[in-house]
Design a protein around this ligand. Structure first.
Ligand code: ADP
Ligand code: MG
Ligand code: MG
Length: 912
């Protein structure tokens, strides 16, 4: 053995339920870990053992089970048989087991559980004799062949279902409980025939072989298509593997004093404590959720079997106190004895998450820091979208016609249109439209932009429609497969045959995936009403608003990161402030140059003499100043970072092609217009192949004399005005797109002169800061030098992502991102969540170098990532001072900044 290799330690692949605990989910899967936890709490769990995810990984890597596994399983099976006093499949009194998959995260697409393993032609009579119930034994056997045939041997399940239906028809009964032992015995023969015919082999009679095949099938199901798809969509790593649980059987199908059920310790929709669940007598396993017979509400169990009911209530209380959270459970009653078959911390709606977190604090079960961990920014964002008034969806005028994947939240109403051109045309005419497609592709982009929302009948959460809609913040429901979209006839058909023609109004709910025909009224979110200050979080407010208020207060108390807004005007600034912004991290001055001011900019760019140039600037100055005065007033007392002009020049100039045509036509007519010709010369001169990499940002400031100094003067004078009016303006001047410190030095020197002039003229000390955006890799790499000349850095992570990856956001999200997401190149778009290893590493390096050069350097981020939960944790971890994001994201950023502090997020930790 080479020296540096660890000596081989024998790995343990099988754990008895008594050996595990709830913190071993990586190894035992969620189900196994919690079965162990319940066992050790002394709750009635049928004995069993768990085969680890490690064993699964070995199997998946090497193509066969680890050599030691068989013996280890045998040893645990022996112990189980010992404990139960009978052997697996023993003819006169068989031990039966279930084989159940269970990964770390619960995952649809994994193999279904197989119950009653160990039954065979030989042992079915023994089971009947032991139970004193022949019908039960044959019912269990036919279930085994059915489940095993379908999930382990891959036989089409419908074949069994049809045979079962046929048996009921022949008997003229409507449910399976009405079939007698003879009927079921007949079915067993039929089922065995189906298996032989379809697989070319007989149903295995050896109990151990049944068990081993089922275990292997669970391993294999990890790489089933459905499971892989689900993992991609939920960003679950592909290398976790699944555990397998082998659990001795208990029987809910032993007659009316038996049954099976599911329960929640509190309402997963509203959060209230109470008795929530369903129960089905004389049933096994999935019967209760499969809808084969009508279940009864759990509360009725009290009259059916008071003893079991009381015990169940007690156990639910134990579980809640132990897990200190909402739990969901599966249980079975066998002849009056209660058995616990599963528990886990239950899924809940966003509203319930906030309610439950605060309720648990009040009950003293968790502390406030823990309450912060129990909610997240994605849930808060959900609660902030306007929603459909659900009470108005069933009144005839409105009808739910389908459900798809909730791909991008929001509530959108509009006329259904079936192609992009129609969407654009109708939207131009002032109509609200929903773009309906089978799936979208880059050609649909204009239509998607024009539409209120997007509905597709195909594709999942990483489909083109979903990715692009999320990027645009537009409502989207995708993969609504029950809707037949007919693009040629321009209509879609719902399952009931109901037809939606082009122009008919539909409503789509991107938070639930529901699709309605007709207009569902939209109501504002009560949570937004609270943030807006229109609802006070007092006793009269609804419980959700009070819960959100408490959690936000906690988050604000915990967080170290400050939160600012990206806002360009006083109105946005005021809203941001109501939402809790502590300043403006990015005020773009671009829009201040549009509209009627565009002409002034044109004059500036085309100026051929100093006088022309100065005249244009002089005309712009008061307009700019006016904008800033309003902004500083709205953010009085808080910092406002103003970015000097950034966009590429062509945005201010006429389109080259259009202008060329105009000039050419005029010349052909002999009516050449001299202004146009001059304009055309300038546009040609300034035309760029790659404007985003061209003359913009600080380059523009250095090339057009007077432009930046005019902006600086406007800022300084506005600040002086505000100060004179008794205000407290705190302006920060930000230079965009700096790549080298020399650029910044040039601008800074000029700016300081202007500021000094204004200060002297007005007799005030304005305390203006001058800093830069870090949005080019070169700037990040030379941050130490740049910091010598900057009072602050603001990381422009949108541009930094574009320039680091070398792709343009506008182009790539609509073209190849879908393929990249599907192939797993990205788990998520790097424009949505910061790419820690690449862009994040540049930011981290710049933070370190910047602080080393200048310890008091202020550090913030102003890209979209400032409002993304995952990214906020990263920015907290690397020690930024603030994040800045769009006004609507501010509560999310506050919450996540608080959570990051409470969870002690390092730069490597995530927000889950
Ligand atoms: P899922 O992950 O789909 O919940 P489970 O492994 O929990 O799958 O099992 C499916 C059904 O079979 C559940 O209703 C469960 O309670 C029931 N079940 C599983 N194991 C046993 C057992 N040993 N005895 C009785 N019922 C069982
Ligand atoms: Mg289950
Ligand atoms: Mg930028």
């Amino acid at each position: 053995m080479p020296e540096n290799q660890e000596p081989h330690v024998t790995q343990k692949f099988v754990y008895d339920f008594t050996e595990g605990n709830k913190d071993l989910k990586d190894l035992l899967g969620g189900k196994g870990a919690n079965l162990a936890e319940m066992t050790n709490l002394g709750l009635p769990v049928p004995p069993g053992f768990t085969i680890t995810t490690e064993a699964c990984k070995v199997y998946l890597d090497s193509g066969s089970e680890p050599p030691a596994l068989r013996d280890e399983v045998s040893a645990h099976l022996d112990a189980l048989e010992e404990k139960m006093g009978k052997k697996l499949g023993q003819a006169d009194d068989p031990l039966l087991v279930s084989v159940r998959s269970g990964a770390k995260f619960s995952m649809p697409g994994m193999m279904d559980t197989v119950l009653n393993i160990g039954l065979s032609d030989a042992s079915v009579a023994g089971l009947a004799a032991q139970a004193g119930d022949e019908r039960f034994a044959w019912d269990s056997y036919r279930r085994l062949i059915q489940m095993f045939g379908k999930t382990v041997l891959g036989v089409d399940g419908d074949l069994f279902e049809e045979a079962l239906e046929e048996a009921k028809r022949a008997r003229n009964v409507s449910t399976d409980v009405d079939l007698d032992a003879g009927d079921l015995k007949g079915l067993v023969e039929q089922f065995k025939g189906i298996v032989s015919e379809r697989t070319g082999r007989d149903f295995p009679q050896d109990p151990r072989e049944q068990m081993d095949l089922a275990i292997r099938a669970v391993f294999d199901s990890w790489n089933g298509e459905r499971a892989k798809l689900y993992r991609r969509q939920e960003r679950i790593p592909h290398d976790l593997g699944t555990a397998v649980n082998v659990c001795s059987m208990v029987f809910g199908n032993l007659g009316p004093d038996s049954g099976t059920g599911v329960a929640f310790t509190r309402d997963p929709a509203g959060g209230q404590q109470g008795v929530y669940g369903d129960y089905l007598a004389n049933a096994q396993g999935e019967d209760v959720v499969a809808g084969i017979r009508n279940t009864v509400p759990l509360a009725e169990l009290e009259t059916i079997d008071k003893k079991s009911y009381d015990q169940l209530m007690q156990i639910m209380e134990t579980l809640e106190n132990h897990y200190r959270d909402l739990c969901d459970i599966e249980f079975t009653i066998e002849r009056g004895k209660l058995w616990m078959l599963q528990t886990r911390v239950g899924k809940r709606t966003a509203a319930a998450a906030f309610r439950i977190a605060t309720q648990l604090v009040d009950q003293g079960l968790i502390d406030e820091t823990e309450a912060l961990r129990r909610v997240n920014g994605a849930q808060l964002a959900q609660l902030m979208f306007p929603r459909f008034d659900e009470s108005r969806t069933g009144d005839g005028a409105v009808e739910r016609i389908g459900r798809g994947i909730a791909a991008s939240p929001g509530a959108a109403v509009g006329a259904a249109v079936f192609d992009s051109a129609t969407a654009v045309a109708r939207a131009r005419a002032g109509e609200k439209v929903i773009l309906v497609r089978r799936e979208t592709n880059p050609d649909d982009l204009d239509g998607m932009i024009a539409a209120e929302g997007i509905l597709t009948s195909r594709g999942g959460k990483t489909s083109h429609a979903a990715v692009v809609a999320r990027g645009m913040g537009k409502t989207c429901v995708c993969g609504a497969e029950e809707l037949q979209v007919d693009l040629r006839q321009r209509r879609m058909t719902a399952p009931g045959g109901l037809v939606v023609e082009e122009g008919d109004v539909i409503s789509i709910d991107g938070s639930t995936g529901s699709v309605y025909r007709g207009e569902v009224p939209v109501v504002p979110s009560p949570v937004v009403e609270y943030f807006e200050g229109r609802t006070r979080p007092d006793e009269q407010a609804d419980e959700l608003v009070r819960a959100v208020h408490r959690i936000m207060t906690l988050a604000d108390g915990e967080r170290r990161l400050r939160v600012r807004a990206n806002a360009d005007n006083a109105e946005d600034a005021a809203r941001a402030r109501r939402f809790g912004a502590q300043g403006i991290g990015l005020c773009r001055t671009e829009h201040m140059f549009l509209g009627e001011r565009r002409e002034l900019v044109e004059r500036l760019v085309l100026a051929e003499t100093d006088e022309e140039c100065e005249a244009a600037l002089a005309a712009l100055l008061p307009l700019q100043k006016g904008d800033f005065v309003e902004l500083f007033e709205a953010m009085d007392g808080l910092p406002v970072t103003v970015r000097l002009l950034d966009p590429p020049l062509h945005e201010f100039l006429p389109d080259l092609t259009e202008l060329s045509v105009r000039v050419a036509l005029a010349e052909a007519r002999g009516e050449a217009d001299e202004d146009d010709q001059r304009l055309l010369r300038a546009v040609r001169r300034l035309h760029e192949q790659n404007p985003m990499l061209g003359l913009r940002g600080v380059r523009l400031g250095l090339v057009i004399p007077g432009l930046f100094t005019m902006q600086v003067r406007a800022i300084a004078e506005a600040a002086a005005d505000r100060a004179a009016a008794g205000g407290d303006p705190r302006a920060e001047i930000m230079i965009p797109l700096v790549g080298t410190v020399q650029e910044l030095e040039c601008v800074r020197e000029e700016a300081e002169k202007v500021i000094a002039e204004v200060q002297q003229a007005r007799g005030v000390d304005l305390k203006l800061l001058i800093g830069t955006m870090i949005e080019l890799p070169r700037a990040a790499v030379t941050a130490g030098q740049i910091a010598e000349c900057a009072d602050f850095f603001s990381f422009g992570t949108n541009d930094l992502t574009q320039t680091t990856w070398g792709f343009s956001r506008d182009d790539v999200e609509a073209s190849f991102f879908t393929a990249y997401l599907e192939k797993g190149v990205f788990g998520v778009s790097p424009f949505e969540t910061i790419d820690r290893d690449g862009v994040g590493a540049l930011v981290r390096g710049a933070v370190e170098a910047g602080r080393a050069a200048r310890p008091d350097l202020k550090l913030g981020v102003c890209g979209e990532h400032g409002g993304d939960p995952e990214s906020v944790h990263f920015f907290h971890g690397i020690g930024l001072d603030y994040v800045s994001c769009s006004p609507f994201r501010i509560p999310v950023a506050r919450l996540e900044a608080g959570r990051a502090a409470a969870m002690g997020s390092g730069e490597g930790s995530d927000s889950r």
